[in-house]
Write a protein that binds this ligand. Sequence first.
Ligand code: UD1
Length: 348
Amino acid sequence: MAVLVTGGLGFIGSHAVVELLQEGLDVVIVDDLSNSSKEVLSRIAKITGIKPFFYPFNVCKLNKLKEVFEKHIISEIIHFAGFKAVGESSSKPLEYYDNNLNSTLALLKMMEKYQVKKMIFSSSATVYGERDDLPFNEGMTITHATNPYGETKIMNEIILRDVAISRPDYAITVLRYANPIGAHSSGLIGEKPSDIPNNLLPYIQRVASKKLNELAVFGDDYPTTDGTGVRDYIHVTDLAKGHVLALKKMVARTGFHVYNLGTGRGTSVLELVAAFERENHVKIPYRIAARRSGDIATSYLDVTLAKNELGFQTKLTINDAVRDAYRFEIRGSKLDKTKLLKKESIKK
Ligand code: UD1
């Protein structure tokens, strides 16, 4: 029996795989490497001592998925795989709807065919859209997100809800994430966007390591304590552990369930920059820039339900996250360089 983890080499997926392996569970990863690298697999093995099964293809490919379901007895699915760049989703909506919806549909078809009855889906606080009634809770009516990426999360949630209603023997859990940050404490896995980062902490990391000159703070005139945007930043390891709790809860349960996973607290852009500087003894040059279109002033989650029903509680702080992120920035790139040097010497 194994847990199928789609997108298991990505930022959140890889941390979840580590936690699942450390719980003694067997893991099968499907990841098309479109925003990850095979090197992550070796690093997962280095951390856990276990190399999970890995298949490099896109989850939408039904024939290839079938082979995986034929080969392994899958007991649960955790579906992380998906395109996630907000800006890009507005310029390539078709790609986003195609990939992010068809991957879920393909998995649901496999569930039907191979009698797999349990799935966890990666959703996002982005489904709450722009609203003033903070903190966001699971009972709120979901209408529209501010971009196609967010819409794919809402549509996936609707599809999964309807399938769960039609199949009373299924257990489907949707996890709505706050902003995941940080990296594994080993410094071996973390967030590594292949392009210039869109998200705040990866951008700060690159400024800290002098790969980028300065941070642009998108707006200082929001109605927040210091005028900069406020978000609920959760350490990726705490978030990953939330998946193990959700998985355990699903074993003896059916139905459709939705949980917010966050800290319940907001941190501003400037507070995160200050924490990074203080904890890592580096200076982060920044300038105040115009607001980024589509951004909201404040977002943080009510996490009472996850606490009460899953026993979810965050243990790591913003300070832990900024230290771990910087450790990964330094160690991760060092390892990359060593690898490059090795490759070079093989060529010679
Ligand atoms: C974004 C996505 C959200 C997704 C999440 C994943 C948008 C609108 N939303 O959230 O759907 O689930 O990432 O983590 O992109 N900031 C700067 N300078 C930067 C980058 C960011 O000032 O270079 C500010 C932003 O204005 C915001 C905060 O930092 O106030 C966090 O931004 P970001 O890390 O991009 O996350 P979100 O926008 O909250």
